[in-house]
Design a protein around this ligand. Structure first.
Ligand code: AMO
Length: 428
């Protein structure tokens, strides 16, 4: 008999359901199973006297075993779970589970050792349903706006961007690196005349960071587009993209996210507030923040957190674009005007989720900026992209794992990556 998904069951119509046994309760006359598939769960009610063969096949079977149950769904006012139950005529055990090696209250590192079991919980499955909805919405928005999805190589011949923080791999008799960003290739797409592209893919960073928002391999969502007038156009597009994706996610999952994660999905209004790095510091010192010399170059973690407070206090907004970083801390490919990089970071709920910029598309200027950072030979292949005509362009890179973590108010990136990769973790 064909399998029917639990949320598509029709009353009084014989069918087969397949799924995990979430709970099993054996009483004197009855066995109750809660069977769950990816769409929902239902109580399977077995009258021992009527169904001795089912009782027999369930001997020694514990929760997390996988079953196929044929029978009929019926309305039942006594059953709390949705007022329905499943009365079986036969049951087959498809896989017998051993006692689980982790408990619900295990710490996150133990849980990650057995991630496939950890992911079975309703809460954890929901994380990925929401993430999938969010990513699909971004994809839908971009495709509607004539963006082409591309896939750039992750094995590269020269260290990308800055040269630091790259994983080296043996590539036959020479060295290769794992891409630290699709940056160079998304810009190559501009030089190839694609005009509007995006990519969703893995990003590798050989950083020894042990924070709640860093991993050594994460999912990046990158956008690049041509014929912009300034990085305002880039921020504008990012605003539209995020509003679209958050609205869709809220429509589909807002209620259940509130129930399970206790947090509201807020659809932001346009324009998102914008402040220069200098303005931010001059404001957050009012919260008692002690500014240091290093702060002139970048936002510290503590400052990032205060940006959220500032943005809420001043604008009632969860997002804030920070602009006018000094050139020393920004990538060489950011266009500069009067020496100021034409780019931004986007902070959401106290965490950086994006870096974006207008790029320098003029070969001579770009080469001078690369030379200034001492990049020379490593970026020669990239500089060539700009020798034979290239439109003005810009783009941004979003950290998907961070977005998921913030969206669901989950304290660590370890929980929102399907499999977390950090300096001390490369398995399972
Ligand atoms: P950047 O290095 O800022 O920019 O990366 C873009 C976004 O990726 C996320 N991110 C991370 N997430 C998890 N773990 C990490 N270790 C980590 N590092 C970064 C952040 C960050 O904002 N090429 C540029 C983008 C561009 O200009 O288009 C870049 O890679 O959310």
């Amino acid at each position: 008999m064909n399998r029917v998904l639990i949320n598509e069951l029709e009353f009084n119509k014989p069918c087969t359901i397949k799924g995990w046994i979430e709970k099993i309760r054996d009483s004197k006359y009855m066995i109750f199973l809660v069977v769950k598939d990816i769409t929902g769960k239902i109580q399977v009610t077995i009258e021992k006297e009527k169904m001795p063969q089912i009782v027999e096949s369930l001997k020694g079977v514990i929760a997390h075993s996988v079953v196929s149950v044929t029978g009929t769904a019926v309305k039942s006012e006594y059953v709390k779970m949705g007022g329905q139950e499943f009365i079986p005529t036969s049951l087959e055990v498809l896989s017998v589970a051993e006692a689980l090696p982790i408990m619900d209250d295990a710490n996150i590192d133990n849980k990650l050792d057995y991630r496939w079991i950890d992911l079975r919980s309703d809460r954890n499955t929901l994380i990925f349903k929401v993430q999938s909805c969010f990513t699909n919405a971004m994809r839908e928005f971009l495709v509607k706006n004539n963006f082409i999805e591309i896939h750039t190589p992750k094995l590269i011949g020269a260290a990308s961007e800055s040269g630091a923080d790259v994983f080296e791999v043996k590539y036959f008799d020479r060295k290769a690196y794992l891409a630290q960003s699709p940056q160079f290739y998304k810009q190559m797409a501009m030089a190839a005349g694609f005009e509007r592209i995006f990519e969703s893919g893995p990003v590798f960073r050989a950083e020894q960071s042990y924070t709640n928002r860093h991993s050594t391999e994460f999912s990046g969502f990158d956008v690049e587009f041509s014929y912009i007038d300034s990085f305002e156009d880039v921020m504008n597009l990012e605003e539209d993209l995020l509003i679209y994706a958050l609205q869709k996610t809220k429509n589909e999952y807002g209620e259940i996210v509130k129930e399970v994660f206790g947090t509201e999905i807020v659809v932001p209004k346009k324009p998102f507030p914008r402040m220069t790095l200098k303005q931010v510091y001059s404001e957050i010192v009012k919260y008692g923040y002690q500014e240091t010399e290093e702060d002139k170059l970048d936002l510290s973690t503590e400052a990032e957190k205060l940006v959220y407070k500032l943005s809420m206090d001043k604008f009632g907004h969860e997002f804030m674009f920070i602009t006018d970083y000094p050139k020393d801390k920004r990538a060489f490919y950011h266009m500069r005007k009067n020496g100021v990089p034409q780019g931004y970071d986007l902070i959401w709920r106290g965490v950086e989720i994006t870096t974006g910029a207008q790029r320098e598309h003029r070969y001579d200027k770009l080469k001078a900026q690369a030379d200034e950072k001492g990049l020379g030979e490593d970026v020669k292949f990239y500089l060539d992209f700009f020798k034979y005509g290239c439109p003005p362009h810009g783009g941004f890179g979003l950290g998907l794992d961070r977005i998921t973590m913030l969206l669901l108010n989950i304290p660590t990136i370890k929980e929102v990556e399907f499999i977390f990769r950090g300096p001390n973790r490369i398995t399972p």
